[in-house]
Write a protein that binds this ligand. Structure first.
Ligand SMILES: [Ca+2]
Ligand SMILES: [Ca+2]
Length: 155
């Protein structure tokens, strides 16, 4: 019997979800107390998101829109990424201040996180499922000071 590829793939994804070996993570981002890099004491922050797994270099996965005139931004963008457990998957969030002029943007901080760790923190809050919408916070470094908040999006 020939099984259509789409059904076959769907079965694999369900299996992955059930065992929490992989699946899809959806989230939004906010930040708190970002160090100011504009003369008015505020910023125009945005986030660039990079991803990698063991043996591969970081590549860009996405970017938020710019939020103007704040050090406590909430970004509306919803990100949706595939995760696979056990391949040392990492995300890097680079927070920047938009400025006028090519290549003038200031770095406000970054954090590198293990996707396995994010998933396990979500599981802790959700009885073994990825249904938790409790925010997960990360301290930003270089320059230190700000906090990045990842809000899981649950449907
Ligand atoms: Ca600036
Ligand atoms: Ca700016």
């Amino acid at each position: 019997m020939i099984v259509p590829a789409t059904i076959f793939l769907h079965s694999i994804l369900l299996l992955l979800d059930n065992q929490l070996q992989g699946g899809v993570i959806k989230f939004k981002l906010s930040a708190l107390n970002l160090p100011s890099k504009d003369l008015n004491g505020l910023n125009d922050p945005y986030v660039q998101i990079f991803g990698k797994d063991s043996g591969t270099p970081f590549e860009k996965l996405g970017e938020t829109l710019v939020t103007y005139g704040t050090i406590n931004p909430d970004w509306d963008n919803v990100f949706q990424f595939q995760f696979v457990k056990g391949i040392q998957q990492k995300w890097k969030f680079l927070v920047k201040d938009w400025d006028i002029g090519w290549n003038q943007d200031d770095v406000l901080g970054y954090v590198e996180i293990s996707v396995d760790e994010v998933v396990s923190r979500m599981r802790k809050n959700g009885n073994g499922t990825l249904k938790s919408n409790k925010p997960i916070t990360f301290s930003l470094s270089e320059p230190a000071g700000g906090v990045l908040v990842l809000y899981p999006v649950v449907e």
